[in-house]
Design a protein around this ligand. Structure first.
Ligand code: MTE
Ligand code: MO
Length: 237
């Protein structure tokens, strides 16, 4: 019993995250770029612990927020904007999103720090359908996502973003996505690790270049396929 608890605690701790960073190749980056990168990452990761952004949540999830508490947005007034290299920038409210075909995906949700929640059900609009609605410019090669926490960002190549298992999620486990899980709208990138699934989604921007996200800037893989090697990477050239 004691052993189980201890292991569980280690997975979400700063140590756990550092070990995983090593696995993802940060060790190599540290060697190549110099000690300052490693120091920077350690400092940045220090708040990732019981004090700051890791709270135990129901059903095996942890609530993550690199910014601590985030101000709530009411579903009635919340909008997701889609802009950048598009023909017709638009802001979608919850009622607008509800008019698109709804997709249900049930998958394991996996964080790189080791925790995994089996069979989580998400409902939302396939991101590709939103992209088609605004019309993507031929110059666009990537998509950047921003959060109304004001800090967290993520990105995908346009090819990744057009997969049918990438959603703007509005429901999780049969209910509207809760604030703590990133509602009213959250990105859900089913084939990748949890850090790609940006919470409190407010902006979707088509870009020419792939702009690394929050954790990528700290050494995480841009292409975070679960259970696949980097052989599937498809960086735009
Ligand atoms: N805005 C924002 N999105 C985020 C994060 C975050 O800190 N801030 N953490 C990411 C990570 S590392 C994981 S594993 C999942 C965790 O989702 P949860 O908080 O709903 O459990 O959210 C991802 N999206
Ligand atoms: Mo994560």
């Amino acid at each position: 019993m004691k052993g189980v608890n201890e292991e569980d605690r280690t997975e979400g701790s700063p140590v756990g995250r550092r070990v995983v960073l090593g696995m993802l190749g940060l060790g190599a980056a540290g060697v190549a770029v110099g000690a300052s990168v490693q120091d920077g990452v350690s400092r940045a990761l220090a708040p990732v612990g019981p004090i700051g952004d890791v709270l135990p949540a129901a059903g095996g999830f942890r609530y993550y927020s690199v910014t601590g508490r985030v101000k709530r947005r009411s579903a009635a007034t919340h909008r997701v904007t889609v802009g950048g290299l598009v023909d017709k920038p638009q802001a979608f409210g919850m009622a607008d999103l509800a008019r698109f075909p709804q997709t249900v995906l049930e998958r394991d949700f996996q964080c790189v720090t080791g925790w995994r929640v089996p069979d989580v059900e998400w409902v939302g609009v396939v991101l590709a359908d939103l992209l088609d609605a605004v019309g993507v410019s031929p110059k666009a090669r990537a998509v950047q996502f921003t959060s109304f926490d004001g800090v967290y960002t993520e990105s995908l190549t346009l090819e990744q973003a057009r997969r049918r298992d990438v959603l703007v999620a509005t429901q999780m486990e049969g209910k509207p996505v809760t604030h703590d899980h990133g509602g009213p709208t959250r990105l859900y990138v089913a084939p990748m690790y949890g850090y790609k699934s940006l919470k409190w989604l407010k902006g979707i921007k088509l870009t020419e270049e792939l702009i690394p996200g929050y954790w990528e800037g700290l050494g995480y893989d841009q292409h975070a396929w679960v259970g696949k090697s980097n052989g599937r990477d498809d960086v735009p050239t």
